[in-house]
Design a protein around this ligand. Structure first.
Ligand SMILES: Nc1ncnc2c1ncn2[C@@H]1O[C@H](COP(=O)(O)OP(=O)(O)OP(=O)(O)O)[C@@H](O)[C@H]1O
Length: 624
């Protein structure tokens, strides 16, 4: 084995091989690599034979054969006849010069010189004998040398085995190293990726460092501000304590003022009621509808300086038949007269104080009276546009706003709405949403504490103006309308919108309860003029009967009669609590400006005058 053999081994780092080789050299007792030794041994011709034996090759026979041949006691002649190959080699042994010369070819003895020839032969024999001796000695030394060589060969075989063992170990190490190399490769790739990561992290670290610096500076700023605010906080605390003291003292003042406000509110209610009483618990407002065609109203005169007076003038034909001869004037006086140009807002302003009374715990009733088409529904409900809203939507708005304002003084209000129609002396629920075939019967009932209710009627709890407006819209859908000669869309029924109000001031332990009734009466025209027949005639009879009865009830109240015929009509029975002593009533008399309506206008004004003359007993608030 030599270095070339090593290079043909499985992959191994040269360094490691060299180091192993070196270590092997250094560990060897002879301080020589095994292969070198081997080379030297094999190059020795004597040992080569032994090596050949180890290598399973037949050993060359010569030495032993020669030795054997030489040792075998054969005669000198045999020796002389065929000298061995060893003998062919020039011998180093010394031969007597005389013998040698004669034997080799010195001068030939004469045939007769037998003695000399014998002597030559004897010399030759002794020569051969000494040669044999020498060869035997050589043979012995060769045997010894062979034995030594065998020992050496055995030693070397052992060494060789050792070398093979080492070789196998090296090979195993090499295999291990290959695994290590693979691991190294994978570790290298991991290292490369880690280096990439490291590079990225380094960049990120730089960014984070920058961020940190900016955050640190920000933190510094915040800390500065914080310390500044800390000092201002202590200032604030001091002023807070001062403020707390002030608040405590103000709370006392507020409590005192709340008491004063409450007393003031109760006083306001009392005074307000006094004013309403002074104005009369039943008041009548007259409203003239504008002309629906271009023209001038001549027969209705409204004095410019007096907004409470109205004159109805009619030029009566003379017996000669010529017009303009005599003029008959009918003067009326009401609590207020509104001309055709008065806006809805101005009309409501006059009655808003009455609506306020409803919140204060007084029953309030407001109804519109007049012939068909005179503007009752316009006055009570108005139209969709905000500025055209009538008394009902404006009252509802005022009530809810006033209730909200009073909540600051501890008042909590609950509202319940109902909407009834009286058609042909029959009650109908205008808030009914069930099937018309399943409409129940409605009966007016009076409770022990004189409260009037209607059985089966919808009493809807409401919390806002919008909710009430939705109910009014529902009622309008349900409302029965009929076509008449006087007005295509006139209502042939009375409609009664009622808002029951309950107020509680739990802090003061005060309660109040009242009703606000807003009534749009059916048209009051005379039967003859409407030319109604059949059902329409029946409608007109029922309407006029209930309106007449309304007048009778008001007159009976005015005369302080013992018996008030409320039950004569459904209308008066339903409005009983609003018309009685404990109420404030407002009647609108609506009149049409057309000259053709003169008789109806006169009738309406006469009816309203009668009502205006009534003074209903002093109202008292329903307080507990
Ligand atoms: N003050 C007013 N200004 C403008 N238009 C009015 C006024 N009063 C009434 N009108 C109009 O006159 C018409 C009739 O009015 P409205 O329907 O209110 O009469 P009514 O008395 O309620 O009739 P009915 O008894 O048939 O219900 C309507 O078109 C209404 O818009």
């Amino acid at each position: 084995m030599n270095k070339e053999n090593y290079s043909r081994l499985p992959v191994m780092s040269g360094k490691r091989v060299l180091s192993t080789s070196n270590s092997s050299e250094s560990s060897n007792s002879d301080n020589q690599p095994v292969q070198k030794k081997m080379k030297r041994v094999v190059s020795d011709p004597k040992i080569r034979q032994a090596v050949s034996v180890i290598g399973n090759k037949k050993p060359p026979p010569p030495i032993r054969a020669v030795a054997t041949k030489m040792i075998r006691p054969t005669g000198a002649a045999t020796v002389a006849a065929g000298p061995s190959r060893a003998l062919q080699k020039p011998s180093t042994m010394s031969v007597p010069k005389a013998v040698s010369t004669a034997a080799v070819g010195g001068s030939r003895r004469p045939a007769w010189d037998l003695k000399g020839k014998v002597s030559d032969m004897e010399g030759k024999i002794s020569n051969y004998q000494s040669k044999v001796k020498t060869v035997a000695q050589e043979n012995e030394s060769l045997k010894e040398s062979l034995a030594r060589s065998r020992e050496k060969v055995e030693g070397m075989s052992a060494e060789l085995q050792e070398v093979y063992t080492k070789l196998r170990r090296y090979e195993e190490e090499l295999a291990d190293l290959a695994v290590v190399r693979e691991q190294l490769a994978s570790v290298s790739s991991v290292k490369a990726s880690l280096e990439g990561n490291l590079h990225r992290l380094t960049e990120e670290h730089k960014v984070v460092l920058g961020l940190r610096q900016s955050l640190e500076s920000e933190l510094h700023n915040v800390q500065t501000q914080f310390s500044l605010q800390g000092s201002s906080l202590s200032d604030c605390r001091a002023s807070l304590n001062e403020a707390k003291d002030r608040v405590t003292s103000l709370e006392g003042t507020v409590a005192r003022q709340l008491d004063e406000i409450h007393c003031g509110e109760m006083e306001r209610r009392r005074l307000h009621n006094t004013i309403q009483e002074l104005k009369g618990n039943i008041r009548v407002f007259c409203r003239v509808r504008p002309l629906q065609t271009y023209g001038q109203i001549d027969h209705i005169q409204l004095p410019a300086h007096d907004n409470k007076a109205l004159t109805l003038a009619k030029t009566e034909e003379s017996h000669t038949g010529r017009p303009g001869d005599t003029q008959k004037c009918y003067n009326f006086s009401f609590d207020r007269v509104f001309g055709p140009c008065t806006s809805q807002k101005d009309v409501f302003e006059e009655i808003s104080l009455l609506v306020q009374s409803a919140l204060d715990g007084y029953n309030v009733c407001c109804f519109a009276y007049g012939q068909t088409g005179s503007g009752k529904t316009f006055t009570m409900e108005g139209e969709d546009r905000d500025d055209m809203h009538g008394v009902i939507p404006r009252s509802v708005r005022k009530i809810f706003r006033a209730a909200e304002a009073l909540s600051e003084q501890g008042w909590q209000y609950t509202f319940t709405a109902s909407f009834v129609e009286i058609y042909n002396e029959t009650l109908r629920d205008l808030l009914y949403t069930g099937k018309s075939s399943k409409r129940p019967e409605y009966e007016i009932r009076k409770s022990a504490n004189n409260e009037v209710t209607v059985s089966n009627l919808t009493y809807q709890r409401v919390c806002s103006e919008d909710e009430v407006c939705n109910l009014i819209a529902l009622a309008n859908q349900n409302r029965s309308t009929a076509r008449t000669n006087m007005n295509d869309h006139s209502s042939r029924s009375h409609s009664v919108f009622q808002l029951d109000i309950e107020g509680v001031n739990s802090g003061r332990d005060v309660k109040c309860k009242s009703s606000l009734c807003l009534v749009d009466l059916a048209g009051s025209e005379r039967v003859q003029k409407s030319q109604s027949q059949g059902d329409r005639f029946k409608e007109m009879t029922a309407i006029n009967g209930s309106l007449t009865n309304l007048g009778i009830v008001i007159a009976a109240l005015a005369n302080k009669e013992n018996f008030i015929p409320y039950r004569n009509s459904k209308l008066t029975y339903l409005l009983q609590s609003c018309l009685g002593g404990n109420s404030k009533t407002l009647m609108f008399v609506n009149i049409s400006p057309e000259i053709e309506s003169f008789p109806e206008t006169l009738n309406s004004l006469r009816f309203a005058s009668k009502v205006n003359d009534c003074v209903i007993g002093t109202a008292s608030a329903n307080r507990k």
